[in-house]
Every structure is written in structure tokens, then in C-alpha cells.
Design a protein around this ligand. Structure first.
Ligand code: ZN
Length: 276
């Protein structure tokens, strides 16, 4: 198993709570590029073992664990609970939009509010490690480098403008995609289809669910998306958010709010909301 992220724009692996420079541990400078490390994810298990005999500790703020994905897929209305609170019908196929990669930020970065109707959405994020086309559900986990956590921050005014509304821009303001803190290999989960996630805003629990409640689970999403787009290493999928978003509560993010997000095994994000 391994835990991968970036520190000082270089790949870092976490072992026993300490981060190490991956390229220095392995003796291969090409692994300093995190997108390269993701594409070579099968080598990271032994690299993590090697840290115990010859580590290369690094420190500094944790950066974006997938800094340059070619594609960022995001799935709407993918928990039954959230479809119901949004008064929307369960979709016949994954309702897919994109978050443009420039919105991605690190696990402790600020979220810059674009207006008065900005909302939280905690989500499990899948990181593709091995590309492919028409990937079968039964083999889809073999294509996953690992799993991380994300916030699909959404400006509801911009998201819902026009008919039919187009979600992508309202979810792509700069800083609207905190992810991390690390990519965790699939073998670290006792069941990767059953991960608990939660989100607190200003100290109040807003969302709490397990990925067993997904309408379209991770293997199905990989199979479905790869039947349309060739998947490539480093592509990521925001898999959808459970109930408890602000729009359903009539409450939105304001400057000074702290968004605390968490997931089993993966860890936590802490993002402070600031005025633009
Ligand atoms: Zn979402």
C-alpha cells in the first residue's frame, strides 16, 4: 500500500505520518513529477517499503495530489439521498460534467467565494492510474492508482443559470476543487466500495454517508466513462455528493467559514472561505 501527494511540487510518499521525497527514495528523478508517479503507481508499494530503510524526509505544506489531470469528471446526483433532497429524479445514467483542472487546490488552501450562493459538496475522488477504453466493471479497480477526497465547491447561481443549466463553470471558479490530502492505494481499504465520508461547516456536521449509497458505484463509473472517453493516467473522477448540501438547507458559505471534510483511511481537508 502507499499514500502519495506533493510537497514543494514534487512527489511525496507518506509512511507512518512522515512525508518522504519519492524520487530521492527510489533514486529516479523522473518520479519527482507527480503525474509520472501516478502513471507508475504499481512501483509505489515497494517505494513505500524502501522508506523504512532509507527515507528522505521532506516538510512543507501539502500541495495538490493530482496537479495536472487531463480530464476531471464529476458526477451529479449520485447518492439517492442527495437526488431526493434536490427534488430531482434518479438519473438513468451518470449525470456527468467537468470541473476544469485550474480549480484544483491543496487540502488546506483557501476557498475564494465567488458570490453569496457558494455551496459545499464532499466527495470521494478516484484517480486513474492505468488508462483504457471500454474497461469492464470487473477489471476497473485495476485501473485505479488510488482514491482521494475532494470538495466539489459550487456556485449555485452560476451552476443553475439558463435552461438547460450547464454545471461546469459554476463548479470551476479558481479554488473550487480542494483535493487530498493524499492518494491512497486501493489495497489500503478493506472494501473500496464502502468508504465513509463527512463534512462539517463552521463546526456543524452537514454531510455524512458511505459510498455503498452511491447510485452508480466506482466500477460502474469507470466502465461507463471509458465507453465514451479513453481514460488516461491522472484522470480523476469526483464521484458525487450525499445529502446535506447548503442549497437544500437554505444556507451557504460565508467568509470565515471553515469547511472540514474527512474520509475513512484517506484523511481530512480543512479549507477556510475568504472574500474574493
Ligand atoms: Zn458534486
Amino acid at each position: 500500500m502507499f499514500r502519495l501527494t506533493t510537497i514543494n511540487n514534487r512527489s511525496a510518499i507518506e509512511v507512518d505520518g512522515v512525508f518522504h521525497d519519492l524520487a530521492k527514495v527510489v533514486g529516479d528523478e523522473s518520479l519527482a513529477d507527480p503525474m509520472n508517479a501516478i502513471a507508475r503507481f504499481s512501483e509505489l508499494h515497494s517505494a513505500s517499503d524502501k522508506v523504512r530503510s532509507s527515507g528522505s524526509p521532506v516538510s512543507g505544506p501539502i500541495g495538490v495530489c493530482v496537479p495536472n489531470p487531463k480530464k476531471v469528471f464529476a458526477i451529479g446526483l449520485n447518492y439517492r439521498s442527495h437526488a431526493s433532497e434536490s427534488a430531482m429524479e434518479v438519473p438513468p445514467a451518470p449525470l456527468t460534467f467537468t470541473k476544469f483542472p485550474s480549480c484544483l487546490v491543496g487540502p488546506n488552501d483557501d476557498v475564494v467565494l465567488s458570490g453569496p450562493l457558494v455551496d459545499w459538496e464532499v466527495e470521494i475522488v478516484v484517480v486513474i492510474g492505468k488508462g483504457g477504453k471500454n474497461i469492464a466493471e470487473s477489471s476497473s479497480w485495476k485501473h485505479v492508482a488510488g482514491i482521494t477526497l475532494g470538495q466539489d465547491i459550487s456556485d449555485r447561481a452560476v451552476q443553475m443559470t439558463g435552461q438547460p443549466p450547464q454545471f461546469s463553470l459554476g463548479k470551476s471558479f479558481d479554488t473550487f476543487g480542494p483535493i487530498g490530502p493524499v492518494i491512497v492505494s486501493v489495497d489500503a481499504f478493506s472494501n473500496p466500495d464502502d468508504i465513509g465520508i463527512w463534512c462539517d461547516v463552521a463546526g456543524q456536521r452537514m454531510q455524512e454517508a458511505r459510498t455503498t449509497d452511491l447510485i452508480f458505484n466506482i466500477p460502474f463509473l469507470i466502465s461507463y466513462l471509458s465507453s465514451i472517453c479513453t481514460l488516461e493516467p491522472g484522470d480523476i473522477i469526483f464521484t458525487g455528493t450525499p445529502d446535506g448540501v447548503g442549497a437544500a438547507r437554505g444556507q451557504f458559505l460565508k467568509a470565515g467559514d471553515v469547511i472540514d471534510s474527512g474520509a475513512d483511511v484517506i484523511g481530512t481537508l480543512r479549507n477556510v472561505c475568504v472574500e474574493k
